[in-house]
Design a protein around this ligand. Structure first.
Ligand SMILES: [Zn+2]
Ligand SMILES: [Zn+2]
Length: 313
């Protein structure tokens, strides 16, 4: 199960009711914050989400509208008595940016760990306990005017547990759960591996966060079949396509076309220019290409559950 909340859906300049870019993904009580624009702290509070549950911050790039909320958030975490380490990742340049931010935040009672994500993905339980074994965060190279990356969060799902096989192997019930979670166990001196008692892996969940980007083939590939694609749509109609190309952004239609090509289940648009006072009014521009498009707003939330497997009768 994954919960996703948009905390800020604005680009460049915050507006009343539209904070700058940030989104929170939660899974099994742990959270990743994607970007941290101005207004992130108040948005967290409004949504009753605790900043102390965030143990991973994934920055898409270092433009201020994705970053200026970070010094304040770190300081608040310190004031709340955080002691556990906080891991941050981002594209090239993270160390220099973080040294400036840490100087603004002042001394912190917890460690900041900087991480460069490997292309094959990073298992989140290695950053903090509590993440499911099969939760993975992958970087996606995107096309903006500066070094930038989007993210793909994948939650794998093990095959169905077969109690008959477990009983045949003489496994006590106390050892069933670790096997279901993908861990090998020892019983009477011999090792039992999860694949001995689990069926074939089942479809998991995946969610993609674009950050700022022009339409981008790497993002399309990473989003193939995703349960949710959160894609920027800084600009509205085709008359703004030239502006979008110049600044490394996307229009409503471009984001929707990419979602359709990638075959995602649903698309959320976000990161609206302040020149778009009513992005909802432009939704048909996207839905024409991909009907399952939702116009993002601050506080928009979804819960993604594993699909119920179809049992054979
Ligand atoms: Zn931006
Ligand atoms: Zn940007």
């Amino acid at each position: 199960m994954i919960d996703m909340t948009l905390l800020g859906t604005g680009a460049t300049v915050p507006l009343p009711g539209r904070a700058l870019s940030a989104a929170l993904l939660s899974c099994q009580g742990r959270s990743i914050l994607f970007d941290c624009g101005e207004g992130t702290q108040t948005a967290l509070r409004r949504e009753h989400l605790s900043p102390l549950k965030i143990d991973f911050i994934a920055l898409s790039h270092y433009h201020g509208d994705h970053l200026f909320g970070l010094p304040g958030l770190l300081q608040t975490m310190g004031c709340l008595g955080r002691e556990s380490p906080l891991t941050l990742c981002g594209p090239k340049g993270l160390r220099q940016v973080l040294s400036l931010i840490a100087a603004l935040s002042g001394p912190l009672p917890f460690e900041l760990r900087l991480l460069s994500l490997p292309p094959e993905g990073f298992p989140l339980h290695q950053a903090a306990s509590g993440w499911p074994e099969r939760a993975l965060l992958l970087p996606i190279p995107t096309e903006h005017r500066v070094n930038s990356q989007g993210y793909c969060f994948r939650l794998g799902r093990a095959g169905k547990f077969d109690p008959e096989k477990a009983r045949a192997l003489g496994l006590p019930q106390s050892l069933w759960r670790p096997l279901q979670q993908g861990q090998s166990v020892r019983v009477r001196g011999r090792e039992v591996r999860p694949e001995q008692v689990l069926g074939p892996p089942r479809r998991g969940l995946s969610l993609v966060f674009s950050g700022d980007t022009a339409p981008c083939s790497a993002l399309e590939k990473a989003a193939r079949g995703a349960d949710l694609l959160v894609h920027e749509a800084t600009y509205g109609g085709p008359e703004q396509a030239e502006l979008a190309a110049e600044y490394g952004h996307s229009t409503f239609a471009q984001a929707a076309e990419l979602a359709a090509r990638a075959g995602v289940k649903r698309l959320w648009l976000t990161h609206f220019s302040q020149t778009l006072p009513e992005p909802e009014a432009l939704l048909p521009l996207a839905q024409e290409h991909f009907p399952e498009t939702v116009c993002g707003h601050d506080g928009l939330t979804i819960r993604l559950n594993f699909e119920e497997s179809r049992e054979k009768s």
